[in-house]
Design a protein around this ligand. Structure first.
Ligand SMILES: NC(=O)c1ccc[n+]([C@@H]2O[C@H](COP(=O)([O-])OP(=O)(O)OC[C@H]3O[C@@H](n4cnc5c(N)ncnc54)[C@H](OP(=O)(O)O)[C@@H]3O)[C@@H](O)[C@H]2O)c1
Length: 269
């Protein structure tokens, strides 16, 4: 049985990966409390002791506004930690999957493919891009770029919780490619045995936040107290960060991209 080390095991994606991979792999789960990525100098030792066949890094500082304010923490967790993950891999020869984001792009053109040039507009995107660069410097690595992951948090869950309480929802203008943590984890399960390297986009179909909010309201028979408007946020957001998923569709044999399918997998409590 191959041994997979999962960083960020309590997160949205990490927890779903654990559920889906536990019967086929030996899993070593590491979360924030086990190893704080701000202490990135401890990472090498941990990896050498575990000697995993595969590492999946789902740990990140994902709060985009917090990254803009706590820049050192964002840099440590999203970039420097990845540098320290790849260092021991020349000894362990592990296959490394790093989870990246649509926020590496500036959002001007949308439909970003794996070959498009990143140009982040906020510090979260910049630190994640640096993580990608470190990941890419190790040959046996795959960067999976995704968008708007949701399970127990994320925009659709936010919409649901607010509409249920009869609160108005403001959707900021723009497009992205949201995917449920469940479908993303299932897609990654398909991808692991293929041993792909480089970059691969795995995300949902493009949708605006407003249209997504309407879909959530219709799906759960809630009021449509939804407006599209700008909100003052600490960090800039790319307007259209949608990802082109043509390559992933050829590799993955199930419908991971349809928004209605994805909305079946959100936890609304
Ligand atoms: N969420 C999205 O919309 C989105 C979109 C595109 C790409 N991504 C990327 O997809 C990956 C998974 O996202 P997700 O939504 O599953 O994230 P998540 O639910 O926020 O989980 C992130 C995990 O990282 C851990 N973490 C945070 N700070 C840490 C630190 N200093 N040291 C060690 N661990 C730390 C968190 O632990 P604690 O909770 O205990 O701090 C949590 O388990 C990330 O790489 C993210 O950048 C996410």
């Amino acid at each position: 049985m191959k041994k997979i080390l999962i960083f960020g095991s309590f997160g949205q994606l990490g927890s779903q990966l654990i559920n889906l991979l536990k019967d086929e792999y030996e899993l070593i789960k590491i979360n924030h409390a086990d190893l704080d990525f701000n202490k990135f100098y401890l990472i090498e030792d941990k990896i050498l002791k575990i000697n995993p066949d595969i590492i999946i890094n789902c740990a990140a500082l994902t709060d985009v506004d917090r990254c803009e304010t706590y820049k050192e923490e964002a840099y440590n967790v999203n970039a420097e930690a990845v540098k320290h993950i790849i260092r021991p891999l020349k000894l362990t020869n592990s296959y490394f999957i790093n989870i990246s984001t649509d926020y590496v792009f500036n959002g001007i053109k949308g439909n970003y493919s794996e070959n498009d040039t990143p140009d982040p507009v906020n510090y979260y995107g910049l630190t994640k891009l640096l993580g990608d660069v470190y990941s890419n410097s190790y040959d046996n690595s795959l960067i999976i770029r995704t968008s708007g992951i949701f399970l127990n948090k994320g925009f659709p869950v936010f919409v649901y919780k607010n509409l249920v309480q009869n609160k108005k929802v403001t959707a900021i203008p723009g497009y992205y490619s949201p995917i449920s943590a469940y479908n993303l984890a299932l897609a990654i399960k398909y991808i692991i045995p293929l041993n792909r390297t480089g970059i691969l986009n795995i995300a949902g179909n493009k949708i605006s936040r407003y249209d997504l909010a309407i879909k959530v309201s219709e799906l759960y028979n809630l009021n449509k107290n939804i407006e599209e408007n700008n909100i003052e946020l600490t960090a800039k957001r790319p307007f259209d960060s949608s990802l082109n998923i043509d390559r992933a569709k050829k590799l993955i044999d199930f419908n991971f991209y349809d928004i209605n399918e994805n909305l079946k997998h959100m936890v609304m409590k």
